[in-house]
Unconditional design. Structure first.
Length: 182
């Protein structure tokens, strides 16, 4: 009985303690594309580098501090990025408590992003740009797409390289477990 109580306590602590410990609980829920999601051993600092919104205003990732963030690096010319973007849009609609932030990296004009969003039916996502790829470079993004999960403190807790179905049952379960672990 004592052993079961200790295991139950440990599980509860993993789900409710700091977000670095929430990873192993969420990690067990990974299936399909989410098996590519790699949890960090420790939550990592994210650089304070501004991106541009659709109006040209500078935005920092810290603007979304206090929320879980799904930060996606993509480009309008990247076929896998274009394939996964509608699933990110559906994820944002299904889980409004999470901020889904697609950051178009490199030479992606606001007009090209808006055109793609219109063609793909993307309605729930903001237009964000990293025109000089400064944020992407400083976060170690070497190819596209790359999606980084940030905890409410604005620190990286997981990363997935390549495209994924972000509105899949597994993705929603993993993200739900992270949100519940706050």
């Amino acid at each position: 009985m004592l052993r079961g109580g200790v295991i139950g306590l440990y599980t509860a602590l993993c789900l409710t303690a700091n977000t670095a410990l929430a990873g192993p609980a969420a990690e067990a829920l990974r299936e399909g594309d989410m098996k590519k999601l790699v949890f960090s051993a420790e939550a990592a600092e994210v650089p304070a580098i501004a991106v541009e919104d659709g109006d040209g205003a500078e935005r920092l990732l810290s603007d979304w501090q206090g929320q879980w963030v799904v930060l996606n690096f993509w480009a309008t010319w990247c076929a896998p990025c274009r394939h996964e973007m509608p699933s990110l849009d559906r994820l944002q609609a299904a889980m409004p408590e999470i901020a889904v932030l697609p950051v178009a990296t490199g030479r992606n004009s606001v007009a090209a992003i808006a055109k793609f969003y219109g063609e793909a039916g993307v309605t729930a996502l903001p237009v964000l740009r990293d025109p000089r790829s400064e944020l992407a470079r400083n976060m170690g993004v070497l190819g596209l797409p790359v999606t980084v999960i940030l905890n409410p403190e604005g620190r990286e807790v997981a990363r997935l390289t390549g495209d994924a179905e972000w509105d899949s049952a597994s993705a929603r379960a993993v993200l739900g477990a992270l949100v519940a672990g706050q």
